[in-house]
Design a protein around this ligand. Structure first.
Ligand SMILES: [Zn+2]
Length: 307
């Protein structure tokens, strides 16, 4: 069955790139509503933005969605991962600024609040997207792929010259609460050299290595307190992939393989998938299939102690 939250949950924080303070409220929504954002700071015109792959504007550093009136919300990926990982299919997200708050740089605070509010089953079955044949996209040495599988599995490989990151590979089946247990508290990361470039370009203005991002410089971790996991960067890339795949508009039954992939490439993968009607189909989930979806049976006891 589809699910929503039992009650609304509220967040206050700062946008990673804009540095602006923002308030965000996730409200329950009826079955088949999907996930929508509403900009409450804009009073005229269409302020509703669907959390969907076809309204994503290509941006290298975050996932930004824009409606036909030009109204946008940026950095939605960690919130989308939290909703998908907790098995929330329907929600209305009100936000009074252009960027979702970065909080601690992970999805942990969203997950904690959603699980605390509670997840409620609705009376309509989940419609999932079954991958029927392999689909892939490549850009330089980056690659993203979807192949048929009975459940959503995410495999990721990263390869950085910085010795403190290096090569990292991890794969997880997203069923059985593994997102909450193993991925939700892994924080966004970047390299010191990139921070300087981003800030010179007016980005990452809300970035703070002590608060919301892991900053690497060669063989050093600059953030106080160090890493939450030795392979925290690849875990975060998997978190991002789950959030970006959630923009398919329904849970995916298939295996995602990412190599040095990012937000833009995962979105391109969805565009290639939906352009090919022979590559996918909708399936109504029976009880057994629903039990294999991300978030099925997730509970607070699985929340990592570190976050
Ligand atoms: Zn991220």
């Amino acid at each position: 069955m589809q699910a929503t939250l039992k009650s609304s949950v509220r967040f206050t924080g700062t946008g990673l790139h804009s540095g602006a303070a923002v308030h965000l409220v996730i409200h329950p929504a009826s079955a088949d509503y999907g996930i929508w954002f509403k900009r409450t700071d804009i009073l005229l015109g269409d302020t509703m933005i669907p959390a969907r792959w076809d309204v994503v504007e290509q941006t290298p550093l975050c996932t930004r969605i824009v409606n036909s009136a030009g109204v946008s919300v940026a950095t939605i990926e960690h919130l989308m991962a939290a909703l998908a990982g907790c098995g929330i299919h329907n929600a209305l997200i009100e936000i009074d600024g252009p960027e979702v708050p970065i909080l601690d740089g992970s999805a942990a605070e969203f997950v904690r609040a959603i699980l605390k509010a509670g997840v409620v089953a609705q009376d309509t079955p989940v419609r999932a997207i079954e991958i029927l044949k392999p689909i892939s996209v490549e850009r330089g040495d980056a690659r993203a792929e979807l192949v048929p599988a009975d459940e959503l599995r995410i495999d990721f490989h990263i390869d950085f010259v910085d010795a403190a990151i290096g090569q990292q590979t991890k794969g997880l089946n997203m069923a059985n609460g593994s997102f909450v247990r193993e991925l939700c508290d892994s924080r966004t990361f970047c390299r010191q050299a990139d921070v300087e470039t981003m800030q010179a370009n007016g980005l990452a203005l809300g970035g703070d290595p002590a608060e919301n991002a892991v900053v690497f410089d060669g063989d050093k971790v600059l953030s106080p307190g160090g890493l939450r996991y030795a392979d925290e960067p690849v875990r975060h890339k998997m978190l991002d992939a789950l959030g970006d795949l959630a923009l398919a508009g329904a849970p995916i039954l298939g295996r995602y393989l990412g190599t040095r992939a990012g937000h833009a490439l995962t979105n391109e993968l969805l565009r290639v998938l939906f352009a090919d009607p022979s590559a996918w189909r909708y399936v109504e989930c029976d009880h057994q299939m629903a039990a294999r979806l991300p978030g099925a049976g997730v509970h607070m006891a699985e929340f990592p102690a570190v976050a």
